[in-house]
Design a protein around this ligand. Structure first.
Ligand code: CMC
Length: 439
């Protein structure tokens, strides 16, 4: 595709020429920042062909006002605000409000929003029985997919996705209930009774209370832990059109129930190439075991015949240090110190692994840097969060982004059911072969 030259009709368009005789002027759309996009919607009707882009490396699937990433510079903005500023100054509920509503809340808007979240934080008692259908050793992400999906059976009748108020209530419900469901998934796995949320606690405090409290005694939530986990929630809140968010949008594009759409997002997030990487990083660091073994693992990561990859490294969009990883790397030592964890060998190992990888030609050439999952697990571990819960925490925080993106999609006048096309490479039409004539 060649950008239009002087002889074209519109300087701002792209001109696509096919086989010399047919050509098409395609509009060039401009965002507020970031690369322009070519509007190819008339391509099939006018030239009879599709675009081919497996993995969507050069495809904008929608327009969005929520989150901007500059992968070359390592910039991440939510509604224009740099992630570093949000991580340093705001709370997760403020960021959730920002993503949902477009502006930072004033104090009464925030307390009203937090009040709504408190109102919706319990789950229907019948839903608690669903847990007992799972094996005790079920992965908590499997439980999350099932239980969050099951919310659709509880709120389907009262949900009209075309009603803005209903959409907002669905958003409150999801954001409010995720910590409750996540903590229940953990309690179920260790055989302890479920803890119910307490309205006097903040969002991160409530999660820690439900995770680590027991009904038989008072539980004081550590402010250090609450602040640390809140910051990690902020760093995971949204990340534009990643695989799980695109899954939520695609599921929602058919008009499906939003709780079911978020369950689809959770399923997608679980994969080790996506949110499941935080769990995989810890497993990898434990397998590496000591600094002496790092070269061996680096060699394996570089070997095309070995499926092993350095988990927590590389990103489709970031070709520079992931700004979220930079915040976590900086705060990891401080958080561990505040938590009283001295000499965490896995942190030292991770930093050495990072140092060696960043000097290696293979990683330099491919612009592979640590991503958000590289350091988050080490901090979670220091907080006493079990490894199997790492991706659940990612899902809990990302629910805010998913639901904000879902809402934006439903409200977008350009929205249509998502229906990609394909390059068919199967057999051409042929006649049915009777069983006795098959080889
Ligand atoms: N270790 C070793 N080689 C790698 C890695 C890695 N972690 N990541 C990419 N490469 C190589 C890859 O083999 C390829 O090499 P070549 O050009 O010689 O074939 C090149 O770098 C480009 O990689 P790609 O697979 O084409 O890139 P992608 O954009 O399709 O994949 C990724 C991105 C994140 C899935 C991938 O980097 C990866 O698998 N990383 C490890 C898993 C991980 O940390 N995922 C978390 C992502 S960030 C948070 C989130 O999304 O949840």
């Amino acid at each position: 595709m060649a950008q239009n030259s002087e002889n074209s009709t519109n300087q701002d368009n792209f001109q696509l020429t096919s086989g010399g005789d047919s050509s098409l002027d395609l509009p060039r759309l401009k965002g507020t920042i970031g690369p322009d996009v070519v509007d190819i919607r008339r391509l099939y009707s006018e030239l009879g062909c599709f675009t081919y882009d497996p993995g969507f490396v050069a495809t904008a699937s929608c327009s969005s006002e929520l989150t901007y990433i500059d992968g070359e510079q390592g910039i991440l903005l939510h509604r224009g605000y740099p992630i570093q500023q949000l991580a340093a100054n705001s709370t997760f509920t403020e960021v959730a409000y920002l993503l949902l509503n477009g502006e930072l809340p004033n104090s009464s808007e925030l307390s009203n929003f937090e009040g709504q979240l408190s109102n919706y934080s319990m789950i229907h008692d019948q839903l608690t029985r669903l847990f007992s259908g799972f094996r005790r050793d079920a992965h908590p992400m499997a439980i999350m997919v099932g239980v969050v999906g099951a919310l659709s059976a509880f709120y389907h009748d009262s949900l009209d996705i075309n009603d803005p108020q209903h959409r907002m209530v669905a958003s409150y419900r999801l954001i409010a209930k995720m910590p409750t469901i996540a903590a229940m998934a953990y309690k179920y796995s260790i055989g302890q009774p479920f803890m119910y949320p307490r309205n006097a606690l903040t969002y991160p405090e409530n999660f820690l209370y439900m995770m680590f409290g027991v009904p038989t005694e008072e539980f004081e939530v550590s402010p250090v832990l609450a602040k640390a986990i809140d910051r990690i929630f902020i760093l995971h809140a949204d990340h534009e059109q990643n695989a799980s968010t695109s899954t939520v949008r695609l599921a929602g594009s058919s008009g499906a129930n939003p709780f079911a759409c978020i369950a689809a997002g959770i399923a997608c997030l679980w994969g080790p190439a996506h949110g499941g990487a935080n769990e995989a990083v810890l497993a990898m660091l434990e397998e590496v075991g000591s600094v002496n073994h790092i070269p061996e693992f680096i060699d394996r990561a570089k070997d095309r015949d070995d499926p092993f990859r350095l988990m927590g490294f590389g990103h489709r969009v970031y070709k520079n240090y992931d700004p979220r990883a930079a915040v976590l790397r900086e705060s990891a030592h401080a958080v561990l110190e505040e938590l009283g964890v001295r000499d965490e060998p896995l942190l030292e190992l991770a930093m050495e692994l990072e140092r060696i990888a960043l000097e290696d030609e293979y990683f330099v050439e491919r612009k592979l840097f640590p991503n958000v999952d590289f350091y988050s697990g080490i901090i979670f571990r220091a907080m006493g969060i079990p490894v199997s819960m790492f991706t659940v925490l990612f899902a809990l925080a990302r629910t805010v982004g998913w639901i904000a993106q879902w809402k934006e999609m439903i409200e977008d006048p350009d929205q249509r059911i998502g229906r990609p096309r394909q390059l068919y490479t199967g057999p051409v039409e042929r006649n049915y072969v009777a069983m006795d004539q098959r080889s």
